[in-house]
Design a protein around this ligand. Structure first.
Ligand code: PA5
Length: 467
């Protein structure tokens, strides 16, 4: 299998100077902590913890997904996924990376699976447009509702709506068009499934939302849309082997974390992920959640008020060269930029030679878009290096399920190392709850009356500040 590569020279002191790059001494100081973490992760796995690390080997889970795909595929032209955060970002990333941008526009005959809509927001205009579009085809629409807890307001509201639509159209048979992906044992959605008799897949116990892409959460819609999920899992398993290396210099996840950690301490509080590939752009969205929710913590495991975290940003090459790179080169030197490059695109696309008479454009004549995009990436890397801005490059040999599986697993493990170095709980998200509770309060959910009263002054607009 072709391996994805991590090139880190341009994040070193040798390349960008000691103030902005990683020194050998700093790396050496992290060798023991990283080795300890590698050992701790191995022990945790043996003790049945860190469940996400074992997903690539969970044949039972993959078989269950294949069974559901088999069941639903021929009775479905449209698949609607209802979920948010970790219950949607992986689905979107897989679909955009591994199916063509024009997937939903392809004819039923050429498309390798149903049209896919992942509704990861409650914007009424989007919802109305999807409902209007699929209304006439509801009979052949499958709704995959994904919620570990079953209580997330956004997903619950969408589910109530789509369940009603199916019920109106199909009567008692409506439940045949629903697949719920949820907690194996508890939670509101599981209760509803048991009562109403839907088919279900499981969000494995001990796997948090942002670590769930390689479970039924992300894999069912991918497999329905023709993505080779077995190859994805092979890629993840291959990366698992690399991430078990005791020597951090041979372990890409440990190195990614070490570099981010050292540079975060040197004031690189922003981590930019910049794929030079439109298909891989949504991986950066998935990464933003993983990095932000896992690492943004007020309290550490042993110390309070440490306010850990590094702000993840996404940018798209080449598009954002014309939008962001001015800032990245001349603004505050507070960023570590990770490029994602594709060594071999599946298409080259020649640039015709018809302008070869033009003095200014003839350099393009006879070249191709693959060479252009990769030259632009290298050009930007060089320009940033000139400005002493640290960069990393992750190379995809080509965009395949194996490579995407490696990438997803790599970053999941890297965030575990990063959380370990920061000495925080990587797997919780306590700060998300207050906003959720406030929404419950505003929407009138029982038990939130005190909070509703507290929110009232915020809801009242003070005219003094209103223009
Ligand atoms: O990563 C997370 O834990 C969150 O983003 C959740 O996935 C998100 O809040 C949705 O939760 P649930 O699956 O319970 O509906």
């Amino acid at each position: 299998m072709d391996r994805i590569g991590l090139y880190w020279k341009h994040a070193t002191a040798e390349a960008v100077g000691e103030k902005h790059g990683v020194t050998e001494k700093e790396l050496k100081e992290l060798t023991t902590p990283l080795k300890n973490l590698t050992k701790q992760f191995a022990d945790d796995r043996k003790a049945g913890k860190l469940r996400y690390r074992d997903l690539p080997y969970d044949e039972e889970m993959v078989d269950a997904i294949h069974r559901e795909v088999e069941h639903f595929r021929d009775r479905c032209d449209t698949l609607v996924v209802l979920g948010i955060g970790g219950s949607a970002l992986g689905n979107i990333a897989l679909q955009n990376a591994l199916n063509p941008m024009t997937y939903n526009l392809m004819s039923d005959r050429t498309r390798p699976g149903p049209q896919l809509f992942v509704l990861d927001n409650v914007d009424p205009e989007v919802i109305r447009s999807v409902v209007d579009l699929i209304g006439p085809r509801l009979k052949r629409t499958i709704v995959n509702v994904i919620s570990k807890s079953g209580e997330t307001a956004e997903t619950a509201a969408q589910f109530i709506l789509f369940r009603d639509l199916l019920l109106q159209k199909l009567g008692k048979k409506y439940k045949e068009n629903i697949l719920a992906t949820t907690d194996p044992a508890g939670g509101t959605l599981r209760e509803i499934c048991n009562k109403e008799g839907y088919r279900t897949l499981e969000v494995p116990d001990g796997v948090g939302g942002r670590f769930s892409v390689l479970s039924a959460v992300g894999l069912f819609s991918a497999a329905m849309c023709g993505i080779d999920i077995d190859a994805l899992m092979q890629g993840a398993a291959a990366m698992d082997k690399r991430c078990k290396e005791a020597d951090p210099l041979a372990n890409p996840a440990a190195m990614l974390a070490a570099i981010h950690y050292i540079l975060n301490n040197k004031g690189k509080k922003i981590s930019v992920m910049m794929p030079y590939s439109s298909a891989l752009y949504s991986l950066a969205d998935w990464y933003r959640q993983l990095w932000a929710e896992s690492l943004g913590k007020q309290n550490g495991l042993r110390k309070e008020n440490i306010f850990a975290g590094q702000t993840p940003i996404k940018a798209l090459g080449t598009t954002d060269q014309h939008s962001q790179v001015q800032l990245y080169r001349e603004g505050p030197n507070d960023k570590l930029i990770t490029f994602i490059e594709v060594e071999r695109f599946s298409q080259k696309v020649a640039i015709p030679s018809s302008m070869k008479e033009s003095q200014t454009l003839k350099y393009l004549a006879g070249s191709n878009f693959q060479t252009l995009i990769n030259s632009e990436k290298l050009g930007t890397e060089y320009a940033l290096l000139e400005s002493k801005r640290p960069t990393l490059t992750l190379s995809f040999p080509s965009i395949t399920p194996q490579a995407v599986g490696q990438f997803l697993y790599l970053y999941e493990v890297a965030v575990s190392y990063m959380g370990g170095l920061l000495d925080i709980n990587t797997y919780d998200q306590p700060a998300v709850q207050l906003g959720k509770d406030a929404t419950y309060a505003l929407m009138g959910k029982g038990g939130f009356d005190d909070l509703a009263r507290k929110i009232q002054p915020v809801a009242r607009r003070d005219k003094k500040y209103l223009l």
